[in-house]
Design a protein around this ligand. Structure first.
Ligand SMILES: [Zn+2]
Length: 77
């Protein structure tokens, strides 16, 4: 897993609360019991597209900047 990006709202200084909208493509191991109960394991994020990040307090009016954008491909381990 790569470390997640950090955000900061430059409007109010918020560092901890954001509404993040993203599209993810994942691969995971679906493990069913005989009774049909599902547990999802080993989820890998193959692709993630960030659509929007909004400050929880300012909403669309807030200006959110990315502090640490992980652009590099994640090293699988
Ligand atoms: Zn804000």
């Amino acid at each position: 897993m790569s470390s997640p990006a950090r955000y900061r709202c430059t409007s109010c200084g918020n560092l901890t609360r954001f509404d993040v909208t993203s599209t993810r493509r994942t691969r995971s191991y679906h493990h069913y019991t005989v009774g049909g109960e599902l547990s999802v394991e080993d989820e890998q994020v193959l692709e993630e597209t960030l659509e929007s990040v909004e400050c929880r307090w300012c909403g669309a009016a807030g200006v959110v900047e990315v502090l640490d954008e992980s652009v590099d491909t994640a090293v699988e381990g």
